[in-house]
Design a protein around this ligand. Sequence first.
Ligand code: HEM
Length: 395
Amino acid sequence: MVGESTVKWNPFAPDYFHDPYPIYAKSREHNPIQRDSYGNIIIFKYRDVAPLLESGDFEVSNLEAYFESKENYIFKNSPQCPFLAKTTSKWLMYLNGDIHRKLRIALGKVLFSYDFDRLIQEAVQDSIAHFQDYQELDLVDFSKYFIFHILKQFIGLKDFASFEKVVEFSNLAARSQDIFVSKQMYLKINDCFTWGKGLFAETGFKDRLVKELDGFEFEEEDYYSILAVTLMAFFETSKDNLSFSLHHILLKRSLIEYILEADAKQIKWITEELIRYNSPLQFTVRISKKEVEIDGHHFPTGTRFVLGIASANRDEEIFESPEEIIPNRQINPHLAFGSGPHTCLGALIARKEMEFGLKPMIQFLQKFSIMTEIPLVWGNQIFMRTLDKAMVNID
Ligand code: HEM
């Protein structure tokens, strides 16, 4: 029977954000299918998560409908105009069926019409030049700077869209998808979605999108929704992946040496391994379209499943020594980019960021050491794990 074990996933436990992996491991061992107090079913093992991502018996949850149903409560006694449902209405990861398929093809065509090899290599050089004379720096700032410089080249941001504004927009957009979000936080996200409309310049990105979406009868707000999700999906996960990676590498001399000496194939291996190990998107959600059975448990149509991607990526049934970064791990069927119809549309770009970035960045950053006296600061986000501060300096 689901929910009988005393081992329970609890994201409110002290130290959870600092390191959620011990409770994932315990859950896999003692209670791999759990029910939370809202009736969600949380699953932790690779053998349950992977097939569910691919199965046609499940669909993604509808974030727009969720916000619509909550807006009366969120905006009660508030003068603000609800903008949560509208802004999330065209977010690919919350669409099913035909509209998902068509929008995915269109956004994919637009994204891959850009020369990301060049944009990424230029951003690597820009970032290293920018931080060249620093004696002390935050790896999170370094990562944000790098990803921002790729993003602003292709998506088109207005001049006033300062670095800080984009960082805040992206983070709040990511928080809109988290679970256990407070009313105050939703109001803040709503504000951000309202002023975010001014972030995007009229640029080639939108023009290309309009052309690809010919015949869709989309309105201005639909295009804004697509721009918003592209910014968030691009910026948030990539900078988290890079900042975690740089931190892990600088902690271990053997990883620094591996990267400095690696050829292209070895860089690909460590890129995959770091993405597995980091799993910036720790969880995702699926809803059952019919009655389903998992490990002998039966669940009715409409059950909401929370899939532990990060836990699955450390499952000892699949990965040898899963808690270690093994730079030349060659069999690496991780789920950090998801799997099935909603597989990450930007996976190729995220991989290129690491493949072009890791070596020159480590060549530059190897003179810095982790400032152990300043603790790492982790964001209090459950679904998208975020590092807020990781200081390094030159001894
Ligand atoms: C290391 C970096 C990244 C990670 C770990 C990551 C992870 C993921 C995961 C796990 C999903 C699937 C979610 C689900 O099935 O519910 C996803 C979807 C998506 N990602 Fe990424 N992502 C990354 C970078 C990017 C980049 C650079 C872009 C570029 C715009 C991007 C755009 C998207 C989009 C549009 C979707 C929705 C796809 C769909 O629903 O069809 N991601 N990502």
